[in-house]
Ligand binder design. Sequence first.
Ligand code: IMP
Ligand code: MG
Length: 176
Amino acid sequence: MESLTLLISAADVAEAVQRLAQDIDKDYANRHPVIVVVLKGAFMFAADLVRAMQTPIQTIEFIQASSYGTATVSSGAVSVVMGLGPEAIAHQDVIVVEDIIDTGTTTARILADLQTYQPASLKLCALMDKPDRRKVAVAIDYLGMAVPDRFIVGYGTDFAQKYRQLGAVYAIEEEN
Ligand code: IMP
Ligand code: MG
């Protein structure tokens, strides 16, 4: 079994999401960005983020990349499970929405792939960042909050597919 420790309350998550939406609105005045949601973990964050944004969105696209399996330690190998075509991205202002940047491996790979489709601009919005774990440099243009080097669940993020539905963010401890 596991035990959960509250790290970020639902109210604090909501506040961070509002702030990010406002920052994006300021920067994208008169533009219509394409939102690329990285499944599965970012689904809840993205749903709240786009509702908090005033900026009209061109399209919302979904991609899935996985480097985890069921372990809490990244395997380092990234596979893009579902891609999207260049036509969705070419000449568009693209914002990639991620749940959490850990080693940076997954996001760096996704950004590099999307860059080959020649977007007009490409930005990254992540709810959480674990800076202590970074192996690959990733510039986070819009960041909700830094979190400690602990395994995170809730608000879309999972441990072996569990806990995604929780409205707050927790650190998980495995008990024997
Ligand atoms: P990275 O490639 O190591 O940066 O990990 C990328 C992905 O792994 C993130 O987008 C998350 O979906 C997932 N991930 C990383 N850290 C955690 C965590 O603490 N809890 C749940 N998922 C995580
Ligand atoms: Mg993710």
